[in-house]
Design a protein around this ligand. Structure first.
Ligand code: SAH
Length: 264
């Protein structure tokens, strides 16, 4: 089984003691590090504590950026983003940046994930019902979503990423999250109607199947290409399916990988 990256990988003080411990004689300092560093239970506890603090800091920044939904903030506090990124990027796991996840795809910025999830929830008092996600990628957003919905169906078209997500998510044992290898352009009719649909890849328009599979009273959040220009400019679009028809709201500019058809 793939070994999970530990956190943080950069233990700068191993070479040089930090200022606060400079008064400890070098020999004692080395002993302290040896006691702390061996892999095992103690180290794992330390890891957990460190990543919790960094995640709290990330969530604090998200709320300063205007995210207010307590369920979203709590889910972002719970899911360990560093477990979903490749070890080369682990030090950046809690920065507000998108990161490569292989096969030319990226994990979205925490700021964008929380913004989209807040829009998706639209202030609902409890968990959403069934939710469809298009673009599982590494599985991070799917894991966050599983805390916000009763049931989550997440579709990925690239086998390599579908398998990577399965591996990344195994330890969480999320019984309400279902990963599917399929073309998300056609949605997933078996799970319809959905209380909410979210896409992590942007096309030139919103596929009709998504709108059809959305429940009345449901909400869809997706990036959509703003025009036919090659610049790849996209905007975030919200579609509400009301008893009187569809209501579309166009929001800020975003940057997502393209929505493509077929399984590869
Ligand atoms: N939410 C993801 C972000 C993944 S990037 C995460 O947390 O990692 C968007 C993903 O959408 C890519 O993995 C890409 O392969 C996938 N994608 C693009 N078009 C798709 C389609 N038609 N069906 C399913 N997945 C698609």
């Amino acid at each position: 089984m793939k070994e999970r990256p530990s956190f943080p990988v950069r233990l700068d003080f191993l070479g040089k003691p930090p200022k606060s411990s400079r008064l400890i004689p070098a020999s004692v300092h080395k002993t302290l590090i040896q006691v702390m560093a061996p892999p095992g239970k103690l180290m794992l506890q330390g890891e957990g504590m460190n990543s919790t603090a960094v995640r709290m800091n990330m969530v604090h920044k998200l709320s300063r950026q205007g995210i207010t939904d307590p369920l979203v903030l709590s889910a972002m506090r719970t899911i360990e983003r560093h477990r979903f990124v490749d070890s080369a990027f682990i030090n950046q796991a809690y920065e507000d940046t998108s990161l490569p996840i292989g096969l030319g795809q990226t994990i979205s910025k925490p700021g964008v994930v929380s913004r989209m999830l807040e829009l998706l929830r639209n202030g609902a008092p409890g968990r959403l019902g069934r939710v469809l996600e298009i673009g599982t990628g590494c599985g991070y957003q799917a894991a966050v979503l599983s805390h916000l919905a009763q049931e989550v169906y997440s579709i990925e078209r690239l086998r390599g990423l579908h398998e990577k997500a399965r591996e990344n998510l195994r330890y969480l044992r999320l019984m309400n999250l279902h990963l599917l290898l399929a073309d998300g352009m056609v949605g997933y009719a078996k799970g319809a109607p959905y209380a909410a649909i979210i896409a992590a890849a942007g096309g030139e328009c919103i596929p009709q199947a998504w709108v059809d599979q959305l429940a009345v009273g449901g909400r869809l959040v997706a990036p959509v290409s703003a025009g036919t220009t090659a610049s790849g400019q996209q905007t975030l679009v919200v579609i509400d399916k009301t008893p009187h028809g569809l209501r579309q709201t166009v929001l800020e500019a975003v940057h997502f990988v393209p929505l493509k058809s077929g399984v590869a």
